[in-house]
Every structure is written in C-alpha cells, then in structure tokens.
Design a protein around this ligand. Structure first.
Ligand code: DP6
Length: 329
C-alpha cells in the first residue's frame, strides 16, 4: 500500500492572500499561477496498519509542525477511502524549503497524489485539488500544469478547485529565480494572512479589486499579451506587499537584494527592451518571468546584483503526477 508522486511548485502572478472566514481554507482572492518545471517535490506514502500515528520525514528530518498539517490532509483521504491506517510519509524537495519557493504548494500536491495512489483511490484532478487546497491554498494549483486559475470562494461555491487555463506548451515562458537567501522565513503565509486581515488598513481595498485583476490577467494569458500580463502582475504583487507591510506587526519579506532585483527587472524592461516582469511571494526571492529569448540576459543581469546567492532558470511545467517507481531520492 505505497504510492509515490512528483509535483512542481507554482508561482502566483495574481496572488492569493487572505481567506474567507467560513469554510475549509477557502481563498478570499482568486489567483493565477504558473507551474515551474525546474523544481520538484517527490513524496512516498505508505499506509501501515502497525503504525499508531503518521510519521513524516521532510528532507530526511522529522518536522512536528508540518506533520500536524500532513495528518489533517491524510485524514480527508482516509475518510474517502474508509481506511483508518496511519502512514509513513517521506518527502524531498530539490530546492530550499520554506524560503518563498512555494514548498508547501508542491509538497501538498505531491502528498495528495501519492496518498490517493497508495489508497487505491481513483480521484479526479478536481477532487485532489480541493483536498490539497484545504491543506494549503496554493497547493490546489500545483495539481495542474501550465497557467492555472484558482477562484476565490463564493457563497455558491465554498470549496473551489484549481482549473487549467493554458497548457505549458501553449505559451512557453521562462522564469528566472533570483535566490537572495536560503534562510527560512520568519512568518509563514497562514499566520501572515490572518494578521493582514485583522490589521492592514488596505485589506478591504485589496479584496475589492482582486476579481478585476484576475480577469485582466486571464484575458492577457489567453491573448498571449505579455505587456498586459507584466503590468497587472507587478501591480498585483506590489499591492499584496503593501498589504503585508501595512499589517501590524509589519510583514517585510524583502531584503536589500530583493529590492535591487526589482529595480533591475524594471530597467531591463523599460530601458533595455527585454520582455520581463517580476513577482515576489511571502519570501525574499524574486521571480522574473520573461520570454525564453531573454532568459539568458535576465539571468546574467540578476546574477550581478550584489548580495545574490544564486540564479536558476525554469520553464513552465506539468501538474502533479503519480510515479511508478517506489524510489523518491
Ligand atoms: C504569497 O498557499 O502557503 O504565495 O493556504 O495558508 O497554506 P495556506 O497559504 P499558502 O499561501 C500562498 C501565498 C502566496 C501567494 C500565492 O501563492 O498565491
């Protein structure tokens, strides 16, 4: 009774930041993401009747905080399967965990895919996406590849699933990831969102324009309109960070190199003719989305920013999938 799966992280161009009060981890803002092919989480899940509780090894180490979330996520699949057995979960990221590279997105997408395979459940992607969303909102999107939309919860649908908008090969953009530090962030997204909702004076303005930003970005993706997608994505990202920074206590995820990368990306676009824009999540890393022809010069330019740790380039990847092999390393 073992299953293995691989999932890629995704980065949001239109951000999910805030939850509805009611429901099971229901986003208050719709989001649009791209799935990254260069980074991956591999997870193996084995259900075992002799275990008294679930066990987790994350990159070779136990992690009680994440284990509680893993158990809650496995509980919903155990309920569907009418199977009470506990599981041994082993998961590995080939990139730094919890440093703003969306490890919870790929982590929970891989977990639900591996666990449902191990339980012999034949769940469709929509159902898996909902189960993953309850564990971590952004994980719902990593079930799908390419450009992906996750709508906000509504009164008539308080259990949204992610939907693919455009396949990876239909608009093969590149993403240059500027890693400014490998340190783990201080405040996770969950606590940060809760704080923003309760304390940022800009939170209601953020919610009011969320559907509008998503609609503009969706149209830009379908029209392959890079300039339009660049404008709305940077605007949406900076609004989210304005909400974060105006929370009490403030959530300042940037460091000096983060700011310098943003400035350099804008210079590349506005003065040097590159088709590139930036986005930043709840961490200090900068993701520069560009056309593949410009990826090498964007990577070279960001690589020269003082204080940068490293730069890596990714294409757009596929959704989570079960693996045949038992090996995850
Ligand atoms: C800034 O999906 O990590 O990356 O649902 O509480 O687990 P939880 O939050 P999470 O939040 C992601 C926030 C973000 C923006 C985004 O990915 O849309």
């Amino acid at each position: 009774m073992a299953g293995t799966a691989l999932a890629h992280p995704n980065i949001a161009l239109i951000k999910y930041w805030g939850k509805r009060e009611a429901g099971a981890n229901v986003p208050a803002t719709g989001s649009l993401s791209i799935t990254l092919d260069a980074l991956a989480t591999r997870t193996r899940v084995e259900f075992d009747a002799t275990l008294a509780r679930d066990e987790l090894l994350l990159d070779g180490k136990s992690d009680p905080f994440t284990l509680a979330r893993v158990t809650a996520c496995l509980d919903s699949l155990r309920a569907i399967a009418h199977d009470a057995r506990r599981a041994r979960v082993e998961t590995r990221n080939d990139f730094p965990t919890a440093a703003g590279l969306a490890s919870s997105a790929s982590g929970f997408a891989a977990l639900v895919t591996a666990a449902s395979a191990a339980l012999g459940l034949r769940l469709d992607r929509r159902t898996l996406s909902k189960v993953a969303r309850r564990a971590s909102g952004s994980a719902a999107r990593s079930l799908c590849g390419g450009f992906v939309v996750l709508h906000a919860g509504r009164d008539d649908d308080d259990d949204p699933a992610a939907q693919p908008l455009l396949a990876a090969n239909e608009w093969p953009l590149s993403v240059v990831i500027a890693i400014t530090t490998r340190a783990q962030k201080e405040t996770g997204s969950r606590a940060g969102m809760q704080s923003s909702r309760g304390s940022s004076p800009f939170y209601s303005a953020w919610l009011e324009r969320a559907d509008h930003d998503l609609a503009i970005a969706q149209a830009a993706v379908l029209a392959r309109d890079f300039a339009q997608l660049a404008e709305i994505s940077e605007h949406n990202c900076l609004k989210m960070h304005a909400v974060m920074q105006s929370s009490r206590p403030p959530l300042i995820y940037w460091n000096g190199a983060t700011v310098e990368c943003m400035r350099r990306v804008r210079e590349l676009r506005e003065r040097e003719g590159a088709q590139v824009f930036f986005t930043i999540d709840a961490g200090p890393q900068v993701k520069a989305i560009c056309v593949p022809e410009d990826a090498a010069r964007v990577a070279a330019a960001l690589g020269e920013v003082p204080g940068l740790e490293s730069v890596l380039t990714s294409g757009i990847g596929e959704g989570a999938r079960a693996l045949q092999t038992e090996e995850i390393a």
